[in-house]
Design a protein around this ligand. Structure first.
Ligand code: HEM
Length: 220
């Protein structure tokens, strides 16, 4: 069987396994007790994130919610506890897709401008790992943030959906890469998708950081 065909099959199987795991955990959470097991991610107007210092910057206080313990529904069963614990890996996992997608885009740009093939070759591995880690990070994000359509805090809702689109988009980037290698689609389509993906993961990372550190966390 053609190698890129195998790659595409592998990517599709991975996506199917992750989607299945997601559906499974959704079922587990749907069965979780309403109290005290409700998802607890709440950022309201009175949230400590909105406390400003003298310069108008947002500051976090001791009474702020605990970012390690406050997320996800409580569960009595060992399996539920394991799933909740996995959700706590989200802040750790997000660094991989952010770094890999942006690095892949930079390497692809360098390849285009210098004409050196090895830059473009380097992006192949990075795009594979970026996709695997983006889908995993998004799945962990859903566990961490709770399974629902929207949140009280617009930042959380925006992060939730931009993050989900980013993970789905990384699968499109990978599919276009594989199809580009097989010369079934123009390589420029893959490049355009990769640069869009880098922008998307940057936006997702910004929104995630804004939830934890305040909207002006990148202020000069
Ligand atoms: C590729 C996709 C994603 C990326 C790159 C990403 C990135 C981030 C980043 C950078 C943070 C801040 C971490 C910190 O500073 O400690 C964060 C936090 C968070 N993310 Fe994501 N995220 C993604 C997807 C998602 C999704 C799909 C959800 C929910 C459905 C989600 C839920 C959360 C939650 C609940 C937090 C913690 C916020 C808090 O403690 O206030 N993330 N994410």
């Amino acid at each position: 069987m053609h190698r890129s065909n195998q790659s595409l099959r592998f990517a599709m199987s991975l996506a199917a396994v992750l989607a299945g795991l997601g559906a499974w955990t959704m079922t587990v959470h749907a069965q979780a007790p309403a109290t005290p097991g409700q998802p607890t991610h709440q950022h309201t107007e009175s949230d400590d994130h909105d406390v400003d210092d003298a310069d108008g910057r947002q500051i976090l206080t001791e009474t702020d919610h605990d970012h390690v313990h406050d997320h996800g529904p409580a569960s009595e069963s060992s399996f539920g506890r394991l799933i909740n614990w996995l959700g706590k890996l989200h802040p750790m996992a997000v660094h991989f897709p952010i770094a890999l997608l942006i690095a892949a885009a930079v390497a692809e740009l360098l390849g285009m401008f210098t004409g050196r093939l090895w830059f473009s070759e380097a992006t192949v591995l990075m795009v594979w790992f970026a996709t695997i880690t983006a889908v995993s990070a998004a799945l962990l994000g859903w566990i961490f943030g709770g399974f629902r359509w929207g949140d009280e805090d617009w930042l959380m809702t925006s992060h939730r959906w931009v993050g989900t689109v980013t993970a789905a988009w990384s699968l499109v980037v990978l599919a276009l890469l594989v199809q580009g290698q097989r010369r079934k689609v123009a390589f420029s389509a893959y490049r355009a998708a990769l640069f869009t993906g880098a922008a998307l993961v940057g936006a997702t990372g910004f929104l995630g950081g804004a939830m934890v550190w305040g909207l002006d966390h990148l202020a000069w």
